[in-house]
Design a protein around this ligand. Structure first.
Ligand SMILES: *Cc1c(COP(=O)(O)O)cnc(C)c1O
Length: 418
């Protein structure tokens, strides 16, 4: 592989052209393995950033893509509709909480967040009382586009760089009470105070339900989210649930908001939607929000990307959701959770480790000091695993089909490499 061309000309996520880090050449992937050019097989601990829940080169998903490919790979969605989109949206309406029934298909997670924020802004505009503030949580992550960045954690992200351009929103302290701990009512205090102080300007609350992903891999108590829903209801504020990382079984429920038995007004899904095959996301809302938005001055929802409803992505997403429904994913995810529960606590005794936590098919080891990414990545590869830490966090969220042995290899590799 022409690695030197790659180093000289190609940007990877969050990389420097001055000091490009090593990139490992992958030629193919199958099941839970990624294969390097020299033939080395790596057990995948990342599911390609939460996406490849069924693993790679899956015959059912491959078939969905090839069948659709011979019919049409793309056609515009303006004024045209097709079975792949209809079938996918039927599934989304059926799988998500009952009140969510209007689906907007979009290109990527960040865009589904943009769409959700635009829906909330148009909702208030249509009601004749425009509002432009969002309340969100510290340590949150909602994507890299501008509006998504503006509701992402202000300290550990890009707010300083883009100051003056990014709109300023309201940040409440993130929850501290862990998922398996006893609920402490004061955990919601800061959120409640900020919401009440700004109750007449907040258009919506946006948060990641139960698991805050890229902003810190924090796993919080279901009662926190329940209280958020109650407060939003009390003050008539919309609740946007960003399920882009947590959706489709990852936390042990189909959607993380089910842990708290709540329904958001708007839900964003992405990442695992296509089983990791293609980029696609969706923003799903209630009839009330959709009808209010469309009853406003604009007369419609003002968004319509070129590749909206892409038939190839829709077909594979539909097949991926069907596969999920047809398999015993609950059993697989809860088995992964029990392997974490019986193996991660020993890791917590390691002197480099500050805390461990887990939920569903997510396992997190938080260190005292940030890792040297270049060095630890190399060691992981030597141990036959693909794990990509960030900062002080070494975490895994493998494909659901991973075997106990393979999962233990991931955990053993973490133990030796840290
Ligand atoms: C990854 C992620 C996004 C952004 O999705 P992209 O597809 O990378 O644009 C937004 N919100 C959450 C919670 C995510 O994990």
């Amino acid at each position: 592989m022409d690695i030197s061309f790659d180093r000289d000309h190609i940007w990877h996520p969050y990389t420097s052209t001055l000091e490009p880090l090593t990139c490992y050449p992958v030629t193919h992937a199958n099941g839970v393995n990624l294969y390097l050019e020299d033939g080395t097989a790596l057990i995948d601990g990342m599911s390609s950033w939460w996406a490849a829940i069924h693993g790679y080169n899956h015959p059912v998903l491959n078939q969905a893509v090839t069948e659709q490919l011979s019919k049409m790979s793309h056609v515009m969605f303006g004024g045209i509709t097709h079975d792949p989109a209809i079938n996918l949206c039927k599934k989304l309406v059926e799988m998500t909480p009952d009140a969510l029934e209007k689906v907007f298909l979009c290109d990527s997670g960040s865009i589904s967040v943009e769409v959700s924020l635009k829906m909330a802004l148009q909702y208030w505009h249509a009601k004749g009382t425009p509002r432009a503030k969002f309340l969100t949580l510290r340590h949150g992550y909602h994507g890299d586009s501008f509006a998504a960045m503006s509701v992402t954690d202000p300290d550990n992200s890009m707010h300083k760089l883009y100051k003056g351009f990014l709109p300023e929103h309201i940040f409440a302290d993130s929850p501290t009470c862990g998922f398996f701990e006893d609920w402490q009512e004061e955990d919601i205090q800061d959120f409640q105070t900020k919401l009440i102080e700004n109750k007449d300007t907040i258009a919506a609350v946006i948060l990641e339900p139960i698991v805050q992903g890229a902003g810190g891999m924090r796993i919080y108590h279901p009662t926190y989210l329940k209280r958020v829903r109650e407060l939003c209801d009390e003050f008539g504020i919309l609740l946007i649930s960003d399920e882009i990382a947590t959706g489709f079984g990852r936390t042990g429920k189909l959607f993380a908001c089910e842990h708290s038995d709540i329904t958001p007004d708007i839900m964003c899904v992405g990442k695992a939607l296509t089983g990791g095959y293609m980029t696609m996301a969706a923003t799903i809302t209630t009839k009330h929000v959709a009808d209010t938005v469309c009853g406003g001055e604009a007369g419609c929802f003002m968004h319509g990307p070129t590749f909206m409803g892409n038939p190839l992505s829709s077909a594979v997403a539909n097949a991926s959701l069907q596969l999920l429904q047809d398999t015993n994913w609950q059993e697989k995810v809860s088995n992964i959770e029990s392997v974490f529960a019986s193996n991660l606590p020993t890791l917590a005794e390691h002197d480099k480790v500050s805390k461990v936590r887990w939920l569903g098919a997510i396992g997190v080891v938080e260190l005292h000091a940030p890792v040297n990414l270049e060095e630890i990545q190399k060691r992981f590869v030597e141990h036959g695993v693909w794990i990509r830490p960030f900062g002080r966090l070494v975490y895994v969220m493998p494909p659901y089909d991973i075997s106990d042995d393979q999962l233990k290899q991931l955990i053993d590799a973490i133990a030796s490499c840290i």
